[in-house]
Design a protein around this ligand. Sequence first.
Ligand code: PHE
Length: 338
Amino acid sequence: MDKIAEIKTVCLQEMQNCESLSALQDLKVKYLGKTGELTGLLKSIRELPAEERPTFGAKVNELRNLLEEAFTEKTKQLKALEMQRKLQQEVVDISLTSVPTWGALHPVTLVENKISQLLTSMGFEVLAGPEIETDYYNFQALNIPADHPARDMQDTFYITDSILLRTQTSPMQARLMEQKKPPIKMICPGKVFRSDSDASHSPVFHQIEGLVVDENITLCDLKGTLEYLAANLFGKDTQVRFRPSYFPFTEPSVEVDLTCSNCGGKGCSLCKGTGWIEVLGAGMVNPVVLENCGIDSNKYTGYAFGLGVERIAMIKYGIPDIRLFYENDQRFLKQFVK
Ligand code: PHE
């Protein structure tokens, strides 16, 4: 009888100290399992005088019931505790400390929209092309074969040997001319990517491609279009200058400068003292490219241009460093809120 009382006290005490379900399970086995202490006690009944056996047996069974109930109760408690612990550990902080109170178009978007609007008013249609491009459309279709030195002009992010992040919007020239025959008059605004980074170069920036193909298109049509653009972006006095240049996909090719809107052409830090700012590359579509895309180069001619949107925005707003566009400093961005 003493032994029964002792087991009861010790087991209940140990149960109370139990902190995990697995420890509780071990404890249960220790007392109520096949070779457990209480079971052992029941087996020792044989050693007792016959008349004491029924009372003893009844007492042991009573304790067994009591302990079993206590184990069930304790299991419930521990399960609840473990759930609580889990909930606390997995808590997600959904509080928001600062709420943005304003929103506006980014200066690059403002300028892109403005240029698109000016060109669509002249009858250009707006197209979009893939930012992940094939080597074929980004280079080969544009008369830049593998190993052509002109590839050095554009430090390229390659994804595989034949897939890359487009370095220019010009691949849309080829994509469109393959599908649509003249008259063609399109622009393609979009992001382009080059492995290049300093105050005037960013690994991602925006271009607007322009392409016009029809009968009797000449360099004069290009100049007229660009003069109209420049006058509407920077004012009537802005001058447009063509300098001879080279692109494999245009022939002849030109680099186009505008008089610096910061100093009006006198020379300042923005234009590096020259009075002119280079804004785009352009030229007459190389007949090789027309033929690559299945367009009869004896019948049709075309011009193409590719302008840098950031560059135009930098000139328009007097922004000294291209990186300011991508830092998302609200003090910078707020200046463009109308
Ligand atoms: N794609 C050229 C560049 O990114 C620019 C360009 C476009 C030149 C169209 C000529 C014609 O440098």
